[in-house]
Write a new protein. Structure first.
Length: 194
């Protein structure tokens, strides 16, 4: 099967240009969506991915219709590959997985490397920023979920001290995770509070 996917961001926008391109490309079925591309939680995109079979092809007028970032694109390509299907962009002619195209594979590999480099640089800058903030005494770190005044954790400790419930029951009653409760109890035992 040859599937097409068309998308515009708002209800006021028109799908006609994309539909003509995909009909001219011989699509058997076209999935249509009028929704923001900022997320992959697009119902028609998910429907199309769910019906893919080995050997199927997806055609889009251009990559901005199916993805909004390189990370999003790589994740979609992995899903499509796992299903044994292929993706082709009419505008972005370098991306044609429907044939054994070494240039598409090469460019995807390079783009994946650039994407990983961007993530690594972001992490490196974040670490540098934290180090500078620590040196200046301005870094406070992530706020603890179960701080000393957390009502659920305090109630969990009270229940534990009463001795009438198991850790599992306490966790269900207070909505405090078992692992967090165990950690807190260990800390309190070290302080000999229990």
């Amino acid at each position: 099967m040859i599937y097409g996917y068309v998308r515009v961001s708002t209800k006021e926008q028109n799908l006609d240009r994309q539909l003509k391109q995909l009909n001219d490309s011989g699509c058997d079925k076209i999935f249509r969506e009028k929704i923001s591309g900022a997320t992959t939680e697009r119902p028609e995109l998910q429907n199309m991915l769910s019906v893919l079979q080995p050997g199927d092809r997806i055609i889009v007028s251009d990559l901005t219709r199916i993805s909004r970032s390189s990370k999003d694109l790589f994740e979609l390509i992995e899903v499509i590959k796992e299903k044994g299907a292929a993706l082709k962009s009419l505008k972005d002619i370098w991306l044609d997985m429907t044939e054994d195209n070494p240039y598409s594979t090469f460019l995807l590999t390079v783009m994946a490397g650039v994407n990983q480099l961007e993530r690594d640089i972001t992490r490196m800058r974040q670490k540098e920023g934290i180090a500078i903030a620590k040196d200046k005494g301005r870094y406070v770190g992530r706020t603890k979920k179960y701080h000393d005044k957390h009502a659920g954790m305090n109630h969990a400790i009270e229940l534990y001290q009463a001795g009438r419930h198991t850790i599992k029951e306490i966790s269900e009653i207070t909505n405090v995770s078992k692992s967090a409760l165990y950690r807190k109890l260990a800390t309190l035992k070290d302080k000999q509070s229990i």
